[in-house]
Structure formats: structure tokens, C-alpha cells
Design a binder for this molecule. Sequence first.
Ligand code: HEC
Ligand code: HEC
Ligand code: HEC
Ligand code: HEC
Ligand code: HEC
Ligand SMILES: [Ca+2]
Ligand SMILES: [Ca+2]
Ligand SMILES: [Ca+2]
Length: 375
Amino acid sequence: MNQRNFVIILVVIAALLAGWMFYTSQQAVQAEPIESVSSKYWRSGHADAESEAFTHWNEDDPAEVPAFCAKCHSTSGFVDFVGADGSEAGRVDAPGKINDPVSCTACHSDAAHALDAVTFPSGNVISGTGKNSVCMTCHSGLSAGISVDNTTAGQDDDTAIEGSSLMSPHYYHAAAVHQGADAGVAYQYEGKTYVGAFKHANTVDSCTSCHDPHSLHTRDIPESDASLCSTCHSNVSGWADYRSVSMSKIDYDGDGTVEPVFDEIEGMKAILNEALNQYSQAVNGIGFGINTSAYPYAFIDTNMDGIIDESEGIFPNQYKTFTPRMLRAGFNYMFAAKEPAAYVHNADYVLQLLFDSIEDLSEISGISTAGLTRP
Ligand code: HEC
Ligand code: HEC
Ligand code: HEC
Ligand code: HEC
Ligand code: HEC
Ligand SMILES: [Ca+2]
Ligand SMILES: [Ca+2]
Ligand SMILES: [Ca+2]
């Protein structure tokens, strides 16, 4: 065999080897056994039929999920929304079933697989969303900041609206946070500019690149002990470390220490809560505070100590004299607070919103943005 033929044979062998390696690696990705998919799924929040999200309407008469809520709170409603039941696509035509959590048939139908755009409660549409569309459809929020303007149209900024209550985008609106100004779900102040989708890094730039769609946890790296995050954030070895990631190294909340961005957001939220409290005392003569674990979240701070304790966080003590300025800032507080993963989905967006909310109240609250940093 001459040298030329030897080289050709080597090249052919190398090509076959590469092809075989590619083929087996593809098999490893695609051949995730169905038992493993389902066992991951059955342990996830989506499968939790006992959860408040899927039992909230059980005592209603009739016991069904109203069409307006059914898209996200029942598989039957989602199937109706995508049109996989033969009904019109893009709208829910019938009430949903109770105890009907997010199951395989919600995300797996021809209609669900074909989804490639998401409409947010702001009216903004984002297209090219591919297999993330299902996630983004349910995690987009229920109402947008523009609805605050509709509710307060024609009212004076600093006059209380009797009987008003806190407005909020709803819960786990991860896509609304992740897409930032592109989704436009928060209360965005006039004359300010806001960041769009958080691009993060190539391998972690979409819902399904970070989340396993069945376990909902962050993805495992096949045949590796490394976590998805540790390739870039060396201090992260698992769930407990996510909130300690610090990249921007900026003291956003102006407390004198550069903390992980999770804590900087917590600091900004505390300042906004206090700004609302001071503003309320100045305008309405009563204290204000938010306690996100007690419904309906906004209460009168009777002893004005800046904390809503157990005796204050009760339904009859609900705060009902919001001014338009308070409704805007309150909306943004809830936008940040009811999405606990906002720090990883789009930290800059929520920091901008919290900063602008503090600024909008500052003239009356006396709490200025001096020392704070807007990303
Ligand atoms: C765009 C999707 C969407 C729509 C529409 C929607 N929700 Fe939700 N809702 C969610 C998500 C996501 C959660 C999960 C948050 C959690 O478990 O804390 C949730 C949670 C809830 C919870 C449980 C809160 C808790 O503290 O556990 C209640 C109650 C609720 N929604 C009521 C409603 C009602 C009433 C409607 C209709 C007026 C509605 N939702 C419409 C997405 C939606
Ligand atoms: C919340 C939506 C959702 C639910 C619920 C869901 N899936 Fe999936 N599934 C997806 C998405 C999205 C992908 C595509 C993942 C990818 O390609 O990165 C997928 C992929 C798959 C695959 C291809 C293999 C893989 O892991 O990529 C199989 C098989 C599958 N799903 C089966 C199921 C079964 C069975 C159930 C119910 C036990 C289920 N799925 C529930 C969203 C869902
Ligand atoms: C049909 C609506 C719907 C779809 C589609 C959907 N979700 Fe959810 N998701 C929910 C609801 C409702 C909850 C709250 C479940 C609960 O309280 O048990 C939730 C909870 C979650 C949680 C929190 C889990 C926990 O245990 O706290 C994550 C993470 C999540 N979803 C990610 C995703 C991803 C990623 C996708 C796309 C692959 C997706 N969701 C698609 C409605 C949906
Ligand atoms: C960079 C990776 C990454 C991307 C991209 C990402 N997530 Fe997450 N997500 C996380 C991590 C990490 C957590 C848990 C954070 C914690 O508990 O501190 C989380 C938590 C969540 C939760 C539960 C808590 C909450 O605040 O809502 C939901 C729901 C969710 N993600 C949905 C989504 C959806 C929908 C998308 C796409 C729009 C998305 N995620 C994109 C990493 C990611
Ligand atoms: C491929 C590399 C890469 C991976 C993988 C990655 N990140 Fe990041 N992460 C970055 C880079 C780069 C930034 C800075 C991005 C910017 O500010 O534009 C960042 C920023 C962040 C921030 C914001 C920090 C700050 O101070 O503003 C958080 C939080 C974060 N990542 C968490 C995570 C988590 C949790 C995971 C795993 C689920 C993860 N990242 C996976 C590269 C990565
Ligand atoms: Ca329909
Ligand atoms: Ca700080
Ligand atoms: Ca108090």
C-alpha cells in the first residue's frame, strides 16, 4: 500500500469513527427512556394535582375552572387554548376541569408542538419561540402594567382611590421577566428605557435550555457530575448555590456591600416597601406594608414600624386607599416578588423597575435614589 492510499484509508476510518460518535451521542440525547421521562414528570410541580393551582375551584358551584383562568390551571383548558380539541385556537372556549394538572397531553399534541409565538398580557407578541412556547404561554402573567393606567386614567397621581386594591401580574410569570421590555408586562415608566430579553449565554438562553421540561429542575449535563451552571459559575455545585452567583459586582441597593444579585434585589425591594410606607404616611396618614405570604398582600401598617406582622397581615386590615402612584409601584413590587427566580431570569429588568418605582415616589416619600444604581 502506498502512502497516498494509506492516508485515504486513515481519513475514511476517521470519518466513520466521527460519524459513529455523532450517531451514538445523538442516540444518548434522543433515547431518553420513556420511564425516566415519566418518573421525572410525576415528581414535578406540574403533576401535583393537590396543589392550590389545580384545586382552587373545587368548592365552586359548578366545580370548574373559569375559561379565563383555565389556560394555565388545567390541561383541558390548555388543550382548548391551542385548539387540539378541535375548538378555535388562541382562545379558551369552555371552562376547564378541576384536579387536572399539567399533563403530557398539554404539551404534546400536534397543535402544541406547532406553537411558535406567545402573546403577553401587555398585548406584545414574541415569535420564533419554538419548543419554549408552551412554557411561555402559561408563565406569561395574567395582567400587565398598562392595566394600571387603564384603572387610574383621569385620576390625580397623589389622591387616594377609595376601595382600590393592589394590582399584580399574578404568579411565576417567568417568561414575562425573562423577556423584559420585549414582553412589556411590568409597569414601565414613561420616558425610561428597559432591557429586553436576558440573553445570558448561548447554552442557557431559553426555558428548555435550562429547565428539564419534565422534572422542571435545571438540566443535568449527560455523563457528568458538573452542574449546568458550574461550567461558567465555578462556585455553583447545585441548587443551594444559585442565589450566590455574583457577576455584575455592583452595589445596586447602596447598602455599602457588593452582594450576589439575588440579595441586591432583596435590598431594593425593602427600600421600595419603605418608600411606599413613607409615601402612604405622608399622603394618607396611615402606614403601608406588603407581606407576600398573606393574601391579599398589601396591608395597613397600624403601628408604622415598617413590618406587617401576624396581627396586621389579616384580610380585614387590607390596604384600600391606593393612589395611582402607589398602584404603579405596587405592581412592580409584585412583579419582582411573585417571581422568586427573577434574579436568574432577568435581574437587570427588575432592578430597573424597582429603581424607577422608588424614584417615582421619592418627592413625597423623602426616600431618594441617591446611592442606588440603575443597571
Ligand atoms: C397565564 C397563565 C395563568 C392564568 C391565565 C391564570 N393563572 Fe393563576 N397561576 C398561574 C401560575 C403559573 C401559577 C403558579 C404559581 C404558584 O404555584 O405559586 C398560578 C397560581 C395561582 C393560584 C395559587 C396561588 C398560590 O399561592 O399557590 C391561584 C389561587 C390562582 N393562580 C388563581 C387564578 C385565577 C382566579 C385565575 C383567573 C382569573 C388565574 N389564576 C389565571 C398562571 C396563570
Ligand atoms: C410542560 C410541558 C411538558 C409536559 C407536561 C411533558 N412534556 Fe415531554 N417534552 C416537553 C418539551 C418542551 C420537550 C422537548 C425537549 C427538548 O427537545 O429539549 C419534551 C420532550 C419529550 C420527549 C422526547 C425525549 C426528551 O426527553 O427530549 C418525550 C419522549 C416526552 N417529552 C414525553 C413526555 C411524557 C410521556 C410526558 C408525561 C409523563 C411529558 N412528556 C410531559 C414538554 C413537556
Ligand atoms: C398549562 C400551563 C403550564 C405549562 C404549559 C407550563 N407550566 Fe410550569 N407551571 C404551571 C403551574 C400552574 C405551576 C404551579 C404548579 C404547582 O403549584 O404545583 C407551574 C410550575 C412550574 C415550575 C415550578 C415548579 C415547582 O415545583 O415549584 C417551574 C420551574 C415551571 N413550571 C417551568 C415550566 C417549564 C420549563 C415549562 C415548559 C416546558 C412549563 N413550566 C410549562 C403551569 C404551566
Ligand atoms: C439560566 C437558566 C434559566 C433560564 C434560561 C430559565 N430559567 Fe427558570 N429558573 C432557573 C432557576 C435556576 C430557577 C430556580 C431559582 C431559585 O429557586 O432560586 C428557576 C425557576 C423557575 C420557576 C419557578 C420560580 C419562579 O420564580 O417562577 C419557573 C416557573 C421558571 N423558572 C420558568 C421558566 C421559564 C418559563 C423560562 C423561559 C421563559 C425560564 N424559566 C428560563 C433557571 C432558568
Ligand atoms: C455558558 C456560561 C454560563 C452558564 C452555563 C450559566 N451562566 Fe449565568 N452568567 C453567565 C454570564 C456571562 C453572565 C453575565 C451576563 C450579563 O450580565 O450579561 C451570567 C449572569 C448570571 C446571573 C446574574 C448575576 C449578576 O450579578 O448580574 C445569575 C444570577 C446567573 N448567571 C445564574 C446562573 C445559573 C443559576 C446558571 C445555571 C442554571 C447559569 N447562570 C449558567 C454565564 C453563564
Ligand atoms: Ca379553543
Ligand atoms: Ca448591596
Ligand atoms: Ca407593623
